[in-house]
Ligand binder design. Structure first.
Ligand SMILES: [Zn+2]
Length: 160
């Protein structure tokens, strides 16, 4: 009788192992992917993580092309912006779009969308507190889809 129960448990165990939930499988894949080649990390919204200030922040462009800045805690999860301020100038020097940022659900979101185009230059100025030195980032926002990962090129996590 005991043997039968043990066998039954073993059988159940075997039957359960291959039926790994899809979400778990996804996680496993991600872990593997991270380990294999992703040198860069994506932020909580799928944006680019910028390390020039503490706390680090995520640079993300919303569906309506507004810039969304989300500060990140030690665990790389979003934290609500408090003393931090952000300003930005997007687009060509001949026709710049000045953006001011307002708090929106803990993130700082630009009042205006970025100018049109698939490659938009941006100058981003971040102050982590009123006394802190302003830290400027200049880069081109590349809106094309990365052929390798699920992100736009500006937030791409591949090492290329
Ligand atoms: Zn990529």
């Amino acid at each position: 009788m005991k043997t039968k129960i043990v066998l039954l448990i073993t059988f159940l165990g075997l039957a359960l192992v291959p039926a790994m939930p899809a979400a778990e499988k996804e996680k496993e894949k991600e872990k593997k992917h991270d380990h294999d080649h992703a040198k860069r990390e994506a932020g909580p919204n799928g944006g680019r993580v910028i390390h020039s200030v503490e706390p680090h922040y995520e640079f993300f462009v919303t569906e309506d092309r507004k810039v969304k800045i989300t500060f990140l805690g030690e665990d790389k999860k979003a934290i609500a912006a408090a003393a931090q301020t952000v300003s930005a100038i997007g687009g060509k020097r001949s026709k710049p779009t000045k953006m001011v940022f307002a708090s929106d659900g803990g993130s700082l979101v630009s009042d205006q969308p970025l100018p049109e185009g698939n490659m938009v230059p941006i100058v981003l100025t971040v102050k982590v507190s009123p006394e802190a030195k302003a830290v400027t980032e200049k880069f081109n926002i590349d809106f094309s889809d990365c052929p390798t990962c699920d992100f736009k090129e500006y937030a791409c996590t591949c090492d290329h």
